[in-house]
Design a protein. Structure first.
Length: 392
């Protein structure tokens, strides 16, 4: 087989001399896709090199023989094929894509799935659109006219996908403006627009991560039809849905101000377990003062759990959980204890009314508590260099 046998979709005969490093690096994350990768490489061979010089980088976390199948199939490919197999699958699908983005050397990078749900014939179109629009990012969208979600199995997946898209777009109206399908796993990005070091991917939604954390100024879209899987089943699970919500929360609270708002909202939600605890404890016959103190701990525990998982997910590594809980509880209770003398100070020294004094005290202790939690519980650790990856 030689590249000369291929004709481009536009019908012009091709005379590209390959293999050589391509103008586009196709990054394909794979997890146990041995039944799909040969077909994928075949389809790429048929529709890409004739129109655009390419190379393919698989970032593989498989436990099956996917890497061997890729290497065997690569023999028939008129372009370079690389497999980066990761022993430690950090960050799941998103982490794999970031590895691929870092490894790529060409001007354009296209990310696509390894199960043939993304048509490779679109790869040259994505890049051409990006060149024409002078865009940094081109998204293959299922929601544009001409696109469709044909391959999304079942009404349930369609509904979940729609809800997730709606939620993401309402949380990031500006960042996701002009991106009709932020959940898409199929897109082209200009290498100069990639800022892999700011990305903290968590699970499946790598495009969302890219668009929110380092959105290129110009974004374009191309419609596509989401195909059926060639073989096997989706690797996405219910846990992936939860990971997505945590991912959204992490993205939304990346700025200190947004984090403070989140901290406040979580604090307010803590009234619920607090009051419930108070109700139960006093109903059990406990005196209201110890009941107040105990019930407050319910609120503290509730707040701690939410804050750990939603606000400071990636800032937990440098302290043990009991150390963090201890510090957090100390700050929360100090807040309660200090509020009364603070109010007294405002009333007696500064002659404020009780309501004004209380409001001011609440705000003061809230800000102090937030700053204290940031600095004393979750102070960001200095970044460690990531270890070398294995290239095979
Ligand atoms: N390296 C690596 N590590 N690859 C993974 C992992 C992982 O942990 N998990 C999944 N993959 C690979 C799969 O092997 C496949 O090539 C690709 O990522 C997509 O995985 P699927 O399991 O087929 O995902 P899906 O079809 O449910 O979801 C796709 O469509 C969604 C839109 O509905 C993905 O493209 C999603 O990103 C997209 O949101
Ligand atoms: Mn799939």
């Amino acid at each position: 087989m030689s590249s000369h046998e291929y004709t481009s979709a536009l019908g012009e005969p091709d005379v590209t001399e390959v293999p050589e490093p391509g103008a586009v690096t196709v990054v394909v994350p794979t997890f146990n896709e041995s039944a799909n990768v040969r077909q994928l490489l075949h389809r790429i061979t048929e529709s890409v090199p004739a129109r655009l010089p390419c190379e393919v980088v698989f970032v593989d976390d498989s436990t099956d023989d996917t890497p061997e199948v890729i290497r065997a199939a690569a023999q028939d490919c008129p372009f370079p094929v690389t497999v980066l197999h990761r022993e430690e699958p950090a960050g799941g699908l998103g982490g794999a894509v970031v590895e691929g983005l870092k490894a790529a050397t060409s001007e354009w990078i296209v990310v696509m799935d390894g199960d043939c749900q993304h048509p490779p014939s679109l790869v040259p179109d994505l890049v051409a659109t990006g060149e024409r629009a002078n865009a940094g990012l081109v998204v293959a969208s299922r929601y544009l006219k001409g696109g469709s979600r044909a391959g999304l199995a079942g009404g349930y997946r369609v509904a979940v996908s729609r809800a997730a898209t709606w939620l993401a777009k309402s949380l990031f109206p500006r960042r996701l403006h002009g991106i009709s399908d932020p959940m898409s796993g199929f897109f082209a990005i200009r290498r100069s627009a990639v800022t892999a070091d700011v990305l903290k991917p968590l699970g499946y939604k790598i495009l969302l991560e890219l668009a929110v954390r380092s959105r290129p100024r110009t974004v374009a879209e191309v419609p596509f039809v989401f195909q059926d899987r060639y073989a096997g089943e989706s690797k996405s699970t219910a846990a992936e849905g939860l990971r997505f919500l945590r991912h959204l929360a992490g993205l939304r609270t990346a700025s200190p101000f947004a984090r403070m708002v989140g901290f406040g909202l979580i604090g307010v939600s803590g009234f619920l377990p607090n009051l419930l605890g108070l109700y139960v404890l006093t109903a059990l016959g406990l005196h209201y003062v110890p009941a107040e103190i105990l019930a407050n701990q319910f609120g503290v525990a509730w707040n701690f759990l939410l804050i750990e998982h939603l606000l400071f997910r990636d800032r937990r590594a440098h302290r043990r959980w009991w150390d963090r809980l201890g510090r957090f509880a100390l700050l929360a209770n100090a807040d309660l204890v200090l509020r009364i003398p603070l109010i007294a100070l405002f009333v007696h020294r500064f002659g404020m009314g009780a309501l004004t004094a209380t409001t001011l005290a609440l705000v003061t202790t809230f800000v102090v508590r937030f700053a204290g939690t940031e600095a004393l519980v979750y102070l960001p650790r200095r970044r460690r260099r990531t270890s070398a990856r294995s290239r095979v």
